[in-house]
Design a protein around this ligand. Structure first.
Ligand code: ATP
Ligand code: MG
Ligand code: MG
Length: 559
């Protein structure tokens, strides 16, 4: 693997390969629960797990499984399964034939539980949830054994079978590991292994009414699939004790040596957004955003619809790296990765988002179209386009000031500017309506400056973009800003809703030069001075163009 991707997890894998802990095998997995759409945090995990499979392929026998961790009947669905597959594929990864469902292992989970009961390491507890919590004690106070803790193996086997057979109501009994009610690690105080849940499972229907807990199911899923390195986020640090206990006590002794091991890394958090599926779901359900693929969301589908490419997401995740310290990555770093990726993919064109009409009084009708390169000088590509020019153009309203401050170098009464890829223009007149608003600028071009230089060598200080009014194509521009107006919306006392940015979507009616029509609908462009854009894949049509701003050209928030 290239050294730029090295991290502590790859160090562990290197060491395991050296000592031959798992022979020459490196098997990782990405284990989403199909209870929501994936977000960029999941992308970090996908890039990590599938990246290991790719980068170690030349020196190890590598696999990365896509496993649906679907042991929770209430919240899961096939729609989420399909959306997750779609997202992983879109990011550019392939699970080959390693697609698994934890819900295919229910019988095995049951059998492993029976093994524990037979070893005297699990028991059926009939306390209710509140009592279980009370008996568990606190960090400073050891727990007490449940009165049911010493049930005989026979009685436990019988009750557990009857739990499975549906003889009991939800909550009447649970199966618990028999570990240590006085352990300093709360999680080891007889963790729950199975609970009764009379609920319909999207794949197994009503076949089961007992479902395994995460801490029991997850290590077994990894072991069943012969995973070597089970990578999860830091919140599961403590759970590793149960993970190890389950495998050491469930697996055959000769399987224990080669068993999977869990390693934790810091989850990805990004400023000015929220990342949990639950909070994202709230925003969608409350109508704060327009669906799961709203371009303002950090969901994979939101980012895809916005126009961010998989390359940008993958390279961002690689740059962020994998560590064990929690932090919030600046959203500016993500935006930087997006710009970096689009810079060489996005031909330059001119579009005006907030049009102000300019009438050129010394031009009759239409002049010869101008020739302009789609690419700036520092990019080694030469694709020319023709840009129509006429006696009426639009410029950006912001590029004109009737009463300019001293440092304003764009257009003002009596001033000359360079029209990008075209003539020098001088403003001679300003037209207002009865409210005093500027409705039109009038002036003249210097016909000698067609190639952007003047014979007398003079050079205006400002250059502005423009489009020919008669030739330009009208479009709707959707400008996205941060969804929240504080860096850590879900950190403080206040509910994260309080920090929603009311201006996270601004819609404008603009005009773009006609050359955009020569490209495929999914082409990304740089609208000069306005940012990177592409056509909204849902709402744009040939008759009514809608462009999403993927990212502005620079971070306007730090200016
Ligand atoms: P959420 O907290 O957003 O609901 P989750 O962890 O419950 O996410 P899962 O479907 O269980 O979602 O996640 C699948 C995998 O993605 C897990 O291995 C998890 O560790 C990883 N993952 C989820 N969120 C992040 C994140 N923010 N950064 C890195 N990895 C993540
Ligand atoms: Mg989860
Ligand atoms: Mg979750």
């Amino acid at each position: 693997p290239s050294s730029e991707h090295s991290n502590f997890i790859r160090d562990i894998i290197d060491e395991d390969l050296k000592t031959g802990r798992h022979g020459d095998r490196v098997a990782t997995r990405f284990p989403p629960e199909p209870n929501g759409y994936l977000h960029i945090g999941h992308a970090k995990s996908i890039v990590l797990n599938f990246g290991i499979k790719q980068d170690y392929a030349d020196r190890a026998d590598t696999q990365c499984h896509l496993r649906f961790d679907d042991t929770n009947p209430e919240t899961e669905s096939m729609e989420y399964v399909e959306s997750i597959k779609d997202a992983v594929r879109w990011l550019g990864y392939d699970w080959d034939d390693h697609l698994y469902h934890a819900s295919d292992y229910f019988e095995q989970f049951y059998d492993f539980a029976v093994v524990l009961i037979e070893k005297g390491l699990a028991y059926v507890d009939s306390l209710d949830e509140t009592e279980i919590r009370k008996y568990r004690g606190t960090v400073n106070k050891p727990g007490r054994p449940s009165p049911y803790r010493d049930r005989s193996v026979e009685e436990n086997l019988d009750l557990f079978r009857r739990m499975r057979d549906g003889e009991f109501e939800n909550g009447e009994h649970v199966l618990r590991a028999k570990i240590d009610m006085a352990s300093p690690h709360m999680i080891m105080r007889d963790p729950l292994l199975f609970r009764i849940k009379h609920a319909h499972h999207y794949r197994r229907g009503d076949e089961w009414c007992i479902y395994p807990m995460y801490d029991f199911a997850h290590p077994l899923e990894d072991a069943i699939e012969n995973i070597t390195h089970s990578l999860c986020t830091l919140e599961f640090d403590n759970n590793r004790r149960v993970y190890d206990w389950v495998l050491e006590n469930c697996l055959e002794p000769d399987k224990v040596d080669d068993r999977p091991h869990q390693h934790e890394f810091a989850r990805l958090n990004i400023t000015y957004t929220v990342m949990s599926k639950r909070k994202l779901l709230q925003l969608v359900e409350e109508g704060r955003v327009n669906g799961w693929d709203d371009p303002r969301l950090p969901t994979i589908f939101g980012m895809r619809r916005r126009g961010i490419t998989p390359d940008a997401i993958v390279s961002f995740c690689e740059d962020v790296g994998v560590t064990r310290s929690e932090s919030r990555v600046e959203i500016a770093q993500f935006e930087h990765a997006i710009r970096d990726d689009l810079n060489e993919k996005a031909p330059r064109v001119m579009a005006v988002l907030d049009p102000l009409k300019v009438v050129i009084t010394n031009v009759d009708d239409t002049l010869e179209p101008l020739e302009a390169n789609h690419w700036p000088r520092d990019i080694d590509r030469d694709e020319m386009r023709s840009v129509p020019f006429s006696n009426e153009i639009y410029i950006e309203r912001d590029d004109f000031r009737e009463d300019p401050p001293s440092d304003f170098i764009r257009l003002a009464p009596g001033r000359e500017v360079r029209l990008r890829s075209g003539y020098f223009f001088t403003c001679e007149d300003v037209i207002h309506n009865e409210n005093g608003d500027i409705t039109e600028i009038r002036g003249t071009i210097d016909p000698e400056t067609r190639d952007g230089t003047a014979p007398d060598g003079r050079s205006p200080r400002g250059t502005i973009h423009w489009v020919s009014a008669r030739h330009a194509v009208p479009f709707e521009a959707r400008l996205y800003d941060r969804l929240f107006d504080v860096p850590a919306p879900d950190d403080g006392e206040e509910d994260f809703h309080a920090h929603l940015n009311d201006d996270s979507l601004i819609v404008k009616k603009g005009f773009v030069e006609p050359s955009v029509r020569d490209f495929d609908a999914d082409q990304r462009f740089q609208f000069e001075r306005n940012g990177y854009f592409w056509q909204d894949p849902e709402d744009s049509s040939d008759e009514a163009l809608v462009f999403n701003q993927i990212v502005p050209l620079r971070d306007t928030w730090t200016e």
